[in-house]
Structures are given as C-alpha cells and as structure tokens.
Design a protein around this ligand. Structure first.
Ligand code: GUN
Length: 340
C-alpha cells in the first residue's frame, strides 16, 4: 500500500437526452437519481482498509496468554497487575473493568483497589507507596482522571518507575524520548502495534499528531520521529493554538487525531490515500443507545473513510489496543524484562 498513489478518476454523468426510448435506461444502466445533469463526479479508486483493533487485540492477548502459560508451567511467577480506581467516573469504571477482564484473559493475577472520590491525597499516596513495596505486585496503575483535590502529577511521581506500567512517570517518559528501554504509555504503544501489524509505511512520511496531551499527543509525536519502525516520520504536532491546522492535515500522509473533539477531522482536511488513526472516545448523548451515549471519535468517519488507505473505527480501533498495551507492559514487568 502506498497512500496517495492512486489518482482520482473523473467521470461525466451521461446526458438524459441520450435516453432515446425514454425508459430512463441507458446502455442497460439505471439512471440513478441524486446527480444533476452532466454533473462531474469524482471517484477515488482507493482500496480503503479498516484497521481492526478489536481483532488484533484478541490476537495479542492470546499471544500473551500462551507466554504466561509457558512461564507458569516452568515454575515462574504469574504476572500481577494492580489498579487503583478513585470515584465512579463512567469512563474510568468501564476502562478499569476492561483492564481487569483483560488480565483474566491473559492469565494474569489482578487486584482492584477502590476509593470514594473524597479520599485524601495522603491516603492515596500511602497506598501507592504500599504497592511500590509489595513484592507480589509486578506493576500497577492509578486510573486517571483523579478528583481535583488530588495532584495527578504527585501521584504519578510517587509510583516506583519500575512498576509504572502506564509509562507516565517522568523517568519512563524521559527514557522513551531518548529511545531507552522503558514502559511506553499504552495508547501510543497500541497505535505503533497497529501500524506494525498492518505493515503501514512510516519512514519519511508526513505525520500530523492532533493534540499535545502528556498521555497521547506528546509521546506519540516522540515515537513517530524515533529512529525505528514504526517511526522515522516527519512529525508535526497541532493543537488548539495552531494557525494552519487544516493545511497541515491536508498535507499529511498519516493523521493521528487525539484532541477529544468529536468529528473534528472532516473529509476536506484529509489527503487522498492518507492513513487515519482516531484516538477520540467522547461520549456523545444518544437516546437510541441503551447506554444513552455513543462513543464518538475525533474523525467524521463516514465522509473521511472513503478517502483513506487505512482508518481506525471508533469503537474497535485504538481503544482495545490501549488495554492490550498495558497487558504487554505487565508481562514485561512480570518478567523483569526492563528493570530489575
Ligand atoms: N485515563 C485515560 N487513559 C488512561 C491510561 O492509559 N491510564 C490511566 N491510568 N488512566 C487513564
């Protein structure tokens, strides 16, 4: 696949006056409604491929489960992930439940520690220190966001970087940015895995990252410029203060949208044959859904998809890979593959 390699094909609708017998049929073809007379329509002969994050994530979990079974059969320790969940945020509840479930599928031990939203910062930090010292716990996470009265940064920096399987600790972030072995944060790592599994070319490509969050945008940009595959791309980061965001997108071979703004990326912003990775997962109210909301990406999928060479759907694209990346980091932690 070479994004952008297919030129558009122009066709002209036949003139209805050529319909001599008046049956609205011409050369055996139906006169389809919806086009003006002699209107020029552009067909893009691009073979769009949907990136199936759900299927890849199932595959990776099976690979992990096989390795864990092997470790345990050889007398090794079953990897153990602990998760701290504060409060009852709907999104966080869903993600943590999915993480616990994924642990089960991978053959990991998991522990869920819950606090009400009014837990004090000191109480939370004490639990973090306890987990740092707990030899049975290989890695742990504190689900974000946290209530306003708790400093997320303080919590992250209290986690022992050797157990920081989210890859949020400054030591892991710093090591990642200079290409040293570390825990890479889950969403960017999941995206790299998708690019790899679909053999998507990245070397020398123009990659636009939309969003500059510490969890996705910044590490993603850093990884895409790394001397590696996937990587070796020319990276531009756009955000809420960017002036030429639309122009940057129009020139991009790869767009990674992580703004958290539903349907932000429109068809006119995308070059034919581009690769589109949609990180957005905003809950948009939808009365037709049982849950009352529709998980909505940052990309207007229906109009963008026909122009792409590859695109991730929402849901079923990046989301499932994020959880699998955490599982991969937990396996690395269990094996003490990165830190002793
Ligand atoms: N909140 C949103 N994404 C994440 C994540 O990857 N890890 C944690 N701990 N919290 C999150």
């Amino acid at each position: 696949k070479h994004p952008g390699s297919e030129p558009p094909l122009e066709t002209v609708r036949p003139n209805p006056q050529d319909d001599e017998d008046g049956d609205r049929q011409q050369d055996g073809q139906d006169d389809d409604a919806g086009y003006a007379e002699n209107e020029t329509i552009t067909l893009y002969l691009i073979d769009m491929q949907l990136i199936d994050g759900k299927a890849i994530s199932e595959l990776v979990k099976q690979e992990i489960a096989a390795e864990v079974a092997d470790i345990v059969a050889n007398g090794g320790k079953r990897p153990h992930l602990a998760a701290i969940l504060v409060g009852h945020d709907g999104g966080s509840e869903t993600y943590v439940a999915a993480k616990v479930k994924a642990c089960e599928v991978c053959g990991f031990k998991s522990t869920l520690i819950r606090y009400e939203a009014d837990v004090t910062e000191e109480e939370l930090l004490a639990k973090v220190r306890e987990l740092n010292e707990d030899a049975d716990v290989d890695g742990f996470i504190v689900q974000l966001p946290l209530p306003k009265h708790i400093s997320e940064q303080k919590v992250i920096e209290t986690i022992d970087y050797r157990k920081d399987v989210d890859g949020f600790h400054p030591i892991n972030v710093g090591r990642m940015s200079i290409g040293l072995p570390c825990y890479v944060s889950a969403t960017p790592n999941g995206i790299l895995e998708l690019l790899k599994r679909y053999n998507i070319e990245t070397q020398g490509k123009k990659c636009v990252v939309l969003g500059r969050s510490n969890i996705v945008g910044k590490p993603m940009a850093s990884l895409m410029m790394q001397k590696a595959y996937p990587g070796d791309a020319t990276v531009t980061v756009c955000h809420s203060r960017s002036k030429d965001l639309v122009k940057e997108c129009q020139e991009a071979d790869i767009i990674i949208a992580a703004l958290g703004q539903p349907n932000f990326v429109k068809a006119e912003m995308v070059k034919e044959g581009a690769v589109i990775i949609d990180v957005g997962t905003t809950r948009v109210p939808d009365a037709t859904k049982k849950s009352g909301f529709k998980l909505t990406g940052d990309v207007k999928f229906d109009e963008v998809a026909p122009k792409c060479s590859y695109i991730t759907p929402v849901p079923g694209g990046v989301g499932p890979m994020t959880i699998v990346s955490l599982m991969k980091n937990t396996l690395l932690a269990g094996k003490t593959a990165i830190y002793q």
